[in-house]
Design a binder for this molecule. Structure first.
Ligand code: ZN
Ligand code: FE
Length: 241
């Protein structure tokens, strides 16, 4: 099976819209198109037609382009049940999305929002995790409890080590600075902070990350329990780097 091609489309200040293309079938999907124009333009530039829209959660910076893409290409929209604009297929735990012969499994990861899901392509070792897990960080708790988010992060951290995680924002540098502050004795964090600093100075994307890297350097994933997770999440909310 030919691998999927995944392309980052920057949007707004720090969002990434992910375009996924399957060469074999010629099918293309887009994950979390907060803005239609850049996603449609990048697809067109590559000669791809977006046939599937997959949303990880209802926030406007992830769904704002849904309707315009549907209008332009006739794409089908799949996402968690409830508040997804133009939703055709409601997804819950254990459901699947398909792109040619590739299968993405849906897991529920509440915390940032209650409806948040992630899409796991096990064979390809590719996962779309929205605003749940970020490189060296995690999403803010807008709707869920610390316990829910902690459990969701553990679910993602239990995926195979070489799973590549595609997050929806470029927050890595700010997260790395907080991580270094939260775990000053962690050499892997210090080393990654340095790498991330030079990548951002060079204007490079710091994603995808991997499960292995997050297990080592993500202070939220590495929290020993819910209480410590809640403490760190609150500390991050008021941290100024
Ligand atoms: Zn969000
Ligand atoms: Fe977001």
């Amino acid at each position: 099976m030919v691998m999927l091609e995944v392309v980052a489309v920057p949007a707004f200040t720090d969002n990434y819209i992910w375009l996924i293309h399957d060469e074999e079938s010629g099918e293309t999907a887009v994950v979390d198109p907060g803005d239609a124009a850049p996603a449609l333009a990048e697809a067109e530039r590559r000669g791809w037609t977006i046939g599937e829209v997959w949303n990880t959660h209802w926030h406007g910076d992830h769904t704002g382009g849904n309707l315009a893409i549907k209008e332009t290409t006739g794409a089908r929209i799949s996402g968690p049940k409830g508040r997804i604009p133009g939703c055709d297929v409601a997804l819950t735990e254990g459901d699947e999305v398909h792109l040619g012969a590739h299968v993405g499994r849906v897991i529920e990861v509440p915390g940032h929002t209650l409806d948040h899901i992630a899409l796991i392509f096990g064979d390809e070792r590719i996962a779309f995790v929205g605003d749940t897990l970020f490189a060296m960080g995690c999403g803010r708790l807008f709707e869920g409890s610390p316990a829910q988010m902690y459990r969701s992060l553990q679910k993602l951290a239990e995926l195979p080590e070489d799973m590549r995680l595609y997050c929806a924002h470029e927050y890595t540098l700010a997260n790395a600075r907080f991580a270094a502050h939260a775990e000053p004795a962690n050499g892997a964090i210090a080393a990654r902070l340095e790498r991330v600093e030079s990548m951002r100075e060079a204007g490079e994307i710091t994603l995808p990350t991997t499960v292995a890297q997050e297990r080592e350097t993500n202070p939220f994933v590495c929290s020993p329990n819910e209480e410590e997770f809640a403490r760190r999440r609150a500390a991050k909310d008021s941290f100024r780097s």
